[in-house]
Design a protein around this ligand. Sequence first.
Ligand code: PXP
Length: 246
Amino acid sequence: MIRLHVNIDHVATLRNQRDTSYPDIVQAAELCLEAGAQGITVHLREDRRHIRDGDVERLRAVLGPNGSAGRADSILNLEMAATDEMCEIVRRIRPDMVTLVPEKRNERTTEGGLDAIATRGAIERVAAACAEVQARLSLFIEADPAQIRVAPELGAVQVELHTGHYAEAAPPERPRFLERFVACAELSHELGLHLAAGHGLNIENVGPIVAIPHMAELNIGHSVVCDAVMKGLGQAVRDLLLAMKR
Ligand code: PXP
């Protein structure tokens, strides 16, 4: 059974457009869990453009064995850059999992995988913070065997394969990406690493990713929030028309 962790960053994007208290991030997390998701992923970016520190604190209180959602198996996965500021936040908030991503100020979303070889020192500092609070460390990387081989040495217990290029490719191009994912999956398994995948996944392209051997976890966000808008818009209009009639 592959775990689904829903990335709810873009619920916060909508809220921040008007600086309202809605849509509420905790309510969004609870809806995802009620629907069967096993965890919530949020990316606390340096510029706080969507998720803010207070959101992560509130989500901490909802998820996990002591969380108010009453779902002992649910987890809080904190995506972040490998900075000293974020290490302090890990120590304070104690997420269940930390996923390290490369972060560029001007990117619209995470553009590529982490270069774990080049940023070794920074990753080791995050690994130390994770060890202090028993958070599991995952590295978001391209499907590159060299990046996977270095992960256990750096204290990571999981790698998350970047599926963004696969998702953007035309369907006839996809087998090429999938072959690479399968080779990386086998290598991760040999090294004792858990395997996750994410970025750009949706209802249409998720099937072959689920079929990758040893796949344990998916992190999916943007398409879920987009689907939620299109599936909920009609009901929202019906509710508004009812309110106008009353
Ligand atoms: N995994 C990682 C490491 C990410 O950075 C993101 C985007 O924040 C996702 C998964 C989710 O990607 P998407 O929003 O395209 O589903």
